[in-house]
Design a protein around this ligand. Sequence first.
Ligand SMILES: C[S@@+](CC[C@H](N)C(=O)[O-])C[C@H]1O[C@@H](n2cnc3c(N)ncnc32)[C@H](O)[C@@H]1O
Length: 485
Amino acid sequence: MASGGRRVWIYFYNRGNGANLFFGVGQPTGSISPGTLAGEIMMTIPFNSLMKWYLDFELPDHFLEQLPEGRLSDEADRFICRTLGLMKEAGFSAFDVTPLMVRQLTAIVPHYLPSSWNGKIPPLTAPGRHRKLDGYIKKSLPKESRKKRVLLDIGCGIPPLTTVDSAEMLSGWKIIGVDSAFAEFILYDSEENYGCFSPAGEILYLQSNLWHGSRFYSDNPESARSHFSQLFQALRAELAPPAAAKKSTSVEKEGNRLIHNHIADFESDNVQFLKADIRELKIPLVDAARCMNVLIYHPGDARKQVRAAMTNLLEKDGLLMVGTNNLFGLSCRYTVYQRDEKNLRPREFSFSLDNLRPHDILPWYALQEDDEEVLCLARLTRLIRSDRSFWNRFQRRVDRLLADASIYHRDTNGFLKLVEGDSAVSPTSLQQRVESIWKQLDEEGYTHEVAALLQSAGLHRWVNCVGDIAVIPGAHLRKVLARQS
Ligand SMILES: C[S@@+](CC[C@H](N)C(=O)[O-])C[C@H]1O[C@@H](n2cnc3c(N)ncnc32)[C@H](O)[C@@H]1O
């Protein structure tokens, strides 16, 4: 059995008088450190010891079968410690850990971190991911008769599938997708895995087919790289020169397609793409901007710069939505800002109900130590979980629905187990079943119940226009949540 040993950073803190040292595993975030950092050492400990450290219990064998052997990058090991630290912050229990979470933490996410791609941010996106957020914009900013409204999709990725979704959802709007890096060449293999290439044939990024749940890349990165390099060389030699500068060209052989300037394929009368860092973009003012799954990659200073850039690009009363969600749209958390005469004002921090009992690690997905939104969600979750009478009833209901949908049942020790076994489950069908459970829980009134519970804790809260739980960000929220930690 693999122990999946992970390198952890053990931080020694000094409470101020020099005598009273104590230590914490993982990251020296504000939530852990009450004193000055006195030193750090790094050591390797088994994955299950980390579980016990953070979540109080070791996981049974069926979770550990999927642990990878060998070393992951420093970034991946830090990511694992950070995620477990945030789960602890959220009051999460080892008994709510799913096999998918362990696989994502140790075997999937490590391959999609920037350090696996020479520090570049993956352009990964998925159709339907932001449909709910498009709905928010549509309801908040009705069509204007005077002029066409404009939505800026910041860090739209390639292929820019969510930008195209927005054009469908927001008819009558103009949509501008902006990204600092659109790869010049995209190659889809016959299984619809895809790769991004530079003109020199360097692999910039590889992505397994999400819908088939292919583990093509994460199972064997070296063979995936070699397969794609060979396909690129073979197809590149047959690709005709572009007919016009702004058009795409492509070549297809045995179901594999190489496309030059693929981004042009997604342009239309009302959809335009610009290659630029948002901090340097100069365009006429827009009505709304969406910046999803982008700022999690940036440290605090860069996040501030993006918000400042957006203030200068938004019309008065214009909206900016910034946040993170799962590829399939679940586990959504976001802040909505509105521009006044001069500044961006945070108007709500919102999250979807499913964050409270997720089946993946997205509610704690953070790549920076100082990600305010992830910490805010973790502390709100802890606050909600601390109402034991609500929480126990909610847990029983979620467990019942998961079992009825033949997704998870509890083993004799109370740990979650996939009914069908890990390898038999198609991610798309799993996701659809999970989605319908959360829809049902919402219909049963749990979203409103959680909002009411936050009100009893002294927070101004509401259920927003797309059915998510919203609170007002700012000093009062921070004060109430600080009492939780
Ligand atoms: C993970 S993708 C997110 C795609 C899409 N927004 C979504 O949510 O599905 C992140 C993208 O943000 C882009 N990006 C990161 N920082 C940026 C910046 N400062 N300006 C423009 N694009 C940026 C990256 O190049 C990458 O393609």
